[in-house]
Design a protein around this ligand. Structure first.
Ligand code: CMX
Length: 442
């Protein structure tokens, strides 16, 4: 049977001439122009990165390899009696653009199983952290400690042909992806359930079910894990975590350095950490309400108070999206089916009815609609993962699938070191002055 790696190689061979032709025939074609606001404002919307793994449409949301999230969840093979597909199948889709067969997913599950042994020194690194450390800091260090395992580095030192970079990068990436759920669950049990201790993975389970098992959670947490990892996997290349992973990898740092950097970027409250901020914010409100559900006016007052204190409403807004995030919608559907009576879900749903209008009235946020983080903590909380500091670790495990797929392709297509140009404020001022003088002369 043709392996995932063989299939990937064929896809790479097909794709390489497209980039060569684009560069040769159209290298000077102008793709975008850049305004002063974009230079000062974090390069919002500047078309300057390339990826085929996913595309984010402002109104429609994310597509993985052309498929909407609902299509991905519908088309990928699923374990028996499960609502959510195999995460292993998602990796196949992200890398090749093709929906795998059940047989291909089976093969990939064996492949992952053979790669998931975590060296004992990683457990030592995790254990050496004080128990009040943030789980994202521990995760980042645990991934970093694995760097000595990099095949890419070994081969590069011996002399590696550029056209073969992708091969050992694929090996490193797949090794890390197989280990990440074990590392995540170990961190969880160390910090929050030290008495339960570390659970070894069950060889008969897929990645999502094994994660639930290692976390000590019953069904349907296996589906929650699959859903969570799949919907968080990729959001094209410009978001902080994906961009950081790509940027670091562009210097040919191996994927352990790149993934650790990706995790560090995700740990910011404006990005992945927003899911824990949502829970913190909801808990504050819940405490204030002393057990009763807030009415509409009480909710509005709480939202306005947050804004008037100069804080953002966590879980709302987005740098690219201009509609409700489909990742929010997928989780909402899951909640409506499995936990419609959950108290926090009712809070989240009630907020959905008031926050967009308030943000519109305030007039600052370009997108008043909820993003993925508005809903994800509630699902975790319902199934007993109430330690909200941990939520971004779950996001990281999912995000690594997209970022690493991208890095493998970056190497396969020979994308160079990333190096945008910076200029000084004085230069910008002179450009503006020059335009003013020019227009008076015109
Ligand atoms: N609450 C209050 N104000 C908000 C807001 C929100 N949810 N979203 C945006 N704004 C404000 C911005 O802070 C900014 O204010 P200033 O002009 O005073 O700086 C203004 O609206 C314009 O911002 P924008 O162009 O609409 O949004 P950005 O691209 O700058 O930022 C994001 C995007 C996500 C950081 C922002 O919407 C935000 O802070 N949201 C809350 C945090 C959050 O949920 N982050 C998770 C995003 C998803 C993810 O990456 O995981």
């Amino acid at each position: 049977m043709i392996t995932l790696k063989d299939k990937l190689f064929n896809k790479i061979q097909e794709h390489r001439p497209r980039i060569t032709k684009l560069l040769k025939d159209h290298g000077d074609k102008v793709v975008d122009h850049v305004t002063v606001s974009q230079v000062v404002g974090g390069m919002r919307g500047v078309k300057s990165l390339i990826t085929d793994v996913s595309y984010l449409d402002p109104n429609e949301g994310i597509r993985y390899r052309g498929y909407t999230l609902n299509e991905v969840l519908e088309k990928l093979p699923k374990p028996k009696d499960s609502e959510m597909p195999y995460v292993e199948g998602l990796y196949h889709l992200l890398l090749t653009g093709e929906i795998p067969t059940t047989k291909e997913v089976d093969e990939l599950m064996t492949n992952f199983r053979n790669r998931r042994t975590v060296p004992s020194y990683v457990w030592d690194v995790i254990d050496s952290f004080p128990s009040d450390s943030h789980p994202m800091a521990i995760l980042s260090a645990a991934v970093m400690s694995l760097e000595r395992e990099s095949h890419f580095n070994l081969k590069y030192k011996k002399g590696l042909n550029k056209s073969d970079y992708w091969d050992s990068t694929y090996e490193d990436a797949t090794n890390l992806l197989a280990k990440l759920p074990l590392i995540g669950a170990y961190i969880y049990n160390k910090l929050y359930h030290p008495k339960m201790g570390h659970r070894h993975p069950d060889p008969n389970l897929d990645l999502g079910a094994n994660f639930a098992y290692m976390m000590g959670k019953d069904k349907p947490y296996d589906d929650v894990s699959r859903m969570y990892f799949i919907i968080h996997a990729d959001h094209e290349s410009g978001n902080v975590s994906a961009h950081t992973g790509h940027l670091v990898a562009s210097s040919l740092s191996d994927i352990y350095y790149s993934t650790s950097a990706m995790i560090n970027g995700l740990a910011g409250p404006l990005h992945g950490l927003a899911n824990q901020e949502v829970l913190r914010w909801l808990q504050q409100l819940r405490n204030q309400m002393g057990g009763k559900l807030p009415d509409e006016q009480e909710l509005k007052d709480y939202v306005w108070k947050t804004l008037n204190n100069g804080q953002v409403i966590p879980g709302y807004g987005h740098a690219v999206l201009r509609k409700t995030d489909p990742r929010y919608a997928v989780q909402r559907e899951f909640c409506l089916k499995h936990l419609p009576e959950d108290e926090l879900f009712k809070y989240v749903d009630a907020l959905y009815k008031v926050v967009p209008d308030i943000l519109r009235e305030q007039g600052k946020a370009k997108n008043p609609w909820p993003n993925v983080d508005a809903q994800s903590g509630v699902v975790q909380w319902h199934y007993g993962v109430t330690q909200f500091d941990f939520y971004t670790v779950l996001f990281s495990i999912g995000r690594a699938f997209g970022v690493l797929s991208n890095i493998i392709w970056d190497r396969a297509l020979g994308y160079p070191l990333e190096r945008p140009k910076s200029i000084t404020t004085e230069m910008l001022e002179k450009m503006v002055e020059f335009d003013k003088v020019k227009s008076t002369l015109d």
